[in-house]
Design a binder for this molecule. Structure first.
Ligand code: HEC
Length: 207
């Protein structure tokens, strides 16, 4: 497992715990169980601090390592908007604000899940029925947007792949780690990166 995957799993677990704590608190507030809310908040205080810390920490790590999509920006904005609402809502016992901030967190959580399902481009279609790697499919789904089918599109300064002088290993390393403005292809395995590198050198270079 890569650091990125570990961070992603940790993020999911802490976000789920954070969400459950929040759900219980919101229900207690809405149900007028002030005393229960107070004792629950007290009991959960340390756990909540650890979870919030990990939530933000892993979130920030993932943010710097992900492609910044409009969806991601919306999700992060919603999370940051809900925090002050929740603080004021729970402090003042304002049910409207607490419920609103809960709904916002729920929306951000749902957006995150939706995004996750879309991201599985590499894992499914990149593998043929016989288990071999479909390099052409990896190229089409992950490279064409910037480099074009023929390698010459050059979107946002993308290199002309017909003129590359790089070895398969160097290309694979760029795919895995990124280079300057080319973001890394997250979730790609070393084998898939090698296969797509070979595809570039055999089918695009010099054409
Ligand atoms: C978001 C746009 C984007 C995507 C997607 C992308 N690239 Fe790139 N690629 C770039 C940019 C920009 C550069 C130039 C980077 C630099 O200036 O160092 C580049 C450079 C390269 C180079 C270096 C070529 C050379 O000879 O120096 C290779 C090889 C490459 N990309 C292969 C790929 C492959 C294979 C994929 C798909 C797995 C891919 N790229 C996906 C934008 C992209």
């Amino acid at each position: 497992m890569t650091t990125f995957e570990i961070m992603k799993k940790t993020h999911f677990v802490v976000v789920t715990i954070f969400f459950l704590i929040y759900l219980i608190k919101t229900i207690l507030l809405l149900a007028n169980k002030k005393e229960n809310l107070l004792s629950f908040s007290k009991k959960i205080k340390v756990l909540e601090m650890i979870v919030s810390f990990l939530f933000l920490g892993t979130g920030i790590y993932l943010m710097f390592d992900s492609q910044i999509t409009p969806m991601l920006i919306i999700k992060i904005s919603i999370v940051f908007l809900s925090i002050p609402l929740a603080i004021v809502g729970f402090k003042k016992g304002n049910k409207g604000l607490a419920a609103l901030s809960f709904l916002l967190i729920l929306a951000a959580f749902a957006l995150g899940e939706m995004n996750k399902n879309k991201k599985a481009v590499i894992s499914d279609k990149a593998t043929n029925a016989d288990g071999s790697i479909n390099a052409r499919e990896i190229y089409t789904s992950n490279c064409v947007a910037c480099h074009g089918d023929d390698g010459k599109r050059g979107l946002a300064g993308a290199s002309d792949l017909t003129a590359t002088q790089l070895s398969n290993d160097s290309i694979a390393s760029i795919v895995i780690n990124g280079r300057n403005t080319m973001t890394k292809i997250s979730g790609i395995t070393p084998e898939q990166a090698s296969a797509v590198a070979q595809y570039v050198n055999e089918n695009i270079k010099g054409k």
